[in-house]
Design a protein around this ligand. Structure first.
Ligand SMILES: Cc1ncc(COP(=O)(O)O)c(C=O)c1O
Length: 355
């Protein structure tokens, strides 16, 4: 039944992103009860607790709470480099591809994307991209992304990651991890989060994706690095006042959120295997490591729009690619319903073509 344009009988299965998760009751209670102070003066006890607790979990010296992953990454880039430097990153890396040129806009940096099948550059590709000649912008930083969003939520194997960290350090370059979904990597690898971030000079971890907080990212590294990043956070407009209300949700997210991720991964696998059986859809199942599934279809924009009209929300990312992301609000039945709708719609599309 349609009421005012809204069809109450139609399902709405939101697979656009894990950022659509909303805080649960326990999180909301923690937010309401949070002890707060002015964080620009460094006086918010809940923010301090979140920063310290996550720094302990990742075995780094210090943390800094940011309003977003973008600001956290960009403050890290600025803090590690000098104006005019080049930043080496895997192709498709979020800090370049989806942060709207902020590294150039804010910090005068040039991105140097290098080939990275499944998000993982080779040691030779990394070494070959380091510039020191007077004719080229000097390399100032290396960035990796684990899990790698655009490659399909792929996990970088720890030994290969370690080899890249070693090359960066041999070249006397700092190396930053965009670990927006580092807890997903830890879950998929079956290791502690500290293992995933070991060796990096800094890491940015989002609380507002699969971990379920409404807002927030923490940037972690040495005390000296965090002190520099703190100045950039202020310069980028990220000084928040009684931010403990948000940090309280972040504490719930890091304490309880990691336990939800294995189910998200299992459901992404169900979704991927089911989608691979739908005529007109293909899926590289080898790339499905965590909670992200990329589908290949003939026309991503029109297929995604059609599924959306029938209750399955997704993101068209490119001419043929549709991204689906599982998260805490997607149950097994939602995956089954979504697959049924997707299959019916693909069948209807092929009938339209035939008639
Ligand atoms: C890998 C990665 N890094 C960074 C970000 C940025 O996070 P935010 O949306 O909080 O700015 C995202 C967001 O989707 C992401 O997927």
């Amino acid at each position: 039944m349609k009421v005012g344009g809204y069809d109450a009988a139609m399902p709405s299965i939101d697979l656009r992103s894990d950022t659509v998760t909303v805080p649960d009751e326990a999180m909301r209670r923690a937010m309401a009860a949070a002890e707060v102070g002015d964080d620009v003066y460094g006086e918010d006890p809940t923010v301090i607790r979140l920063q310290d607790e996550l720094a302990d979990m990742v075995a780094m010296e210090a943390g800094l709470f940011f309003p977003s992953g973008t600001m956290s990454n960009q403050a890290a880039l600025a803090a590690h480099t000098g104006r005019g430097d080049e930043v080496i990153l895997p192709e498709g890396g979020h800090v370049f591809e989806y942060e709207i040129g902020a590294m150039s806009l804010l910090s005068g940096l040039t991105p140097r994307p290098i080939p990275a099948p499944a998000g993982l550059p080779t040691v030779d590709a990394l070494r070959g991209a380091v510039h020191r000649s007077i004719h080229q912008a000097p390399t100032g930083l290396v960035v990796l992304e684990n899990t790698h969003n655009k490659a399909g939520g792929t996990v970088l194997p720890l030994a290969a990651q370690r080899a890249l960290i070693d090359v960066a350090h041999e070249e006397r370059l700092p190396i930053h991890l965009d670990g927006a979904r580092a807890f997903n990597a830890a879950t998929a690898l079956g290791v502690e989060i500290s293992e995933v971030v070991r060796g990096f000079d800094s890491v940015s971890i989002c609380l507002s994706k699969g971990l379920g907080a409404p807002v927030g990212t923490v940037l972690l590294g040495s005390r000296d690095f965090v002190a520099v990043a703190h100045r950039y956070r202020k310069a980028f407009g990220g000084g928040m006042r009684q931010a403990g209300i948000l940090a309280a949700a972040g504490l719930e997210a890091i304490r309880r959120g990691p336990a939800w991720l294995a189910d998200d991964h299992r459901r992404a696998r169900m979704l991927a295997e089911g989608a691979a059986r739908i005529p007109g859809v293909s899926v590289d199942l080898e790339r499905v490591h965590t909670n992200i599934v990329f589908l290949d279809v003939d026309d991503a924009t029109s297929v995604a729009a059609d599924w959306n009209e029938h209750g399955v929300r997704s993101n068209a990312l490119g001419a043929r690619a549709i991204r689906l992301v599982t998260h805490r609000h997607i149950a097994d039945e939602d995956v089954e319903t979504a697959l049924r709708i997707m299959a019916d719609r693909m069948e209807a599309r092929s009938e339209q073509v035939r008639s």
